[in-house]
Design a protein around this ligand. Sequence first.
Ligand SMILES: NC(=O)c1ccc[n+]([C@@H]2O[C@H](COP(=O)([O-])OP(=O)(O)OC[C@H]3O[C@@H](n4cnc5c(N)ncnc54)[C@H](OP(=O)(O)O)[C@@H]3O)[C@@H](O)[C@H]2O)c1
Length: 289
Amino acid sequence: MAATLIKGSEISKQIKEELKQKIADLKEKHNVVPGLATVLVGEDEASKVYVGAKEKTCKELGIHSERIDLPADTREEDLLALVEKLNKDPKIHGILVQLPLPKHINGTKVLYAINPDKDVDGFHPVNIGKMMLGEPTFLPCTPHGILELLKRSGTETKGAEVVVVGRSNIVGKPITNMLLQKRGGNATVTICHTGTKDIAAHTRRADILIVAVGKPKAITADMVKDGVVVIDVGVNRLETGLVGDVDFETVKEKAKAITPVPGGVGPMTITMLMSNTVQSAKMHSGIAD
Ligand SMILES: NC(=O)c1ccc[n+]([C@@H]2O[C@H](COP(=O)([O-])OP(=O)(O)OC[C@H]3O[C@@H](n4cnc5c(N)ncnc54)[C@H](OP(=O)(O)O)[C@@H]3O)[C@@H](O)[C@H]2O)c1
């Protein structure tokens, strides 16, 4: 069986079209323009690319975007003062402080200083707590994107055996939580990590396998069952180009559906950030969904 490709590049275009319409309606009917502030401290090249991409997507969709670039030697208290200013700015509905921050700044302190109602990254403990309790909140963007990929590719999660490999705070733990919620995925979820005794014994049971470890070929064809749906979150830069965590060429022969790398999960992350920003603008303006 050759797998169907779950193309995040196309699904994210679809979501962006829907967002454009919502943003135009917000402006026309309520005179509300969603606003996102992105803060970049220092000269990290990858971070510059990410922040640039976020700015570009804001422009494309009609979201007001403010980019604040600060020098690498910015003092922690000055960054905290900036966050406080943005917390109070009515034009700004989402605040994103690009990570990693320089070593002299306590990143946790800065993230915790963001008003949870403007935390469109979904990293604030208040929002993580709400997510765990199954309450409405900003869902972290990459796992939120994975949920959309599953939904829009027609993958049934209810009752499915889902295996997640990787327990990071930004992917593994939140996607596990979202998929186990009764009003979320309603799936049976197992999470594997470096402490797991026999990873293959778990992955071979999976109807849906989600891999976020950051190692090429961490999952090979002998570790999956026929008909599995595979979401490969990994992004590994090799001399030959970008690859995921799954041995795509062999696993795709057994899978029912699989995300490619690039063009799978990657494009969804920024799109879901935009979606959270629109959600925040509506919430701050008292507009119901
Ligand atoms: N497409 C996107 O938008 C996007 C977003 C985020 C991340 N990513 C990519 O996804 C990958 C993972 O990133 P991350 O930030 O989630 O991960 P991370 O913080 O680097 O953590 C990796 C996780 O994988 C586990 N792990 C590592 N090697 C393993 C192995 N051989 N078997 C089982 N578990 C293993 C680790 O276990 P321990 O906890 O035991 O150490 C850890 O929980 C990276 O390639 C990253 O670039 C992509």
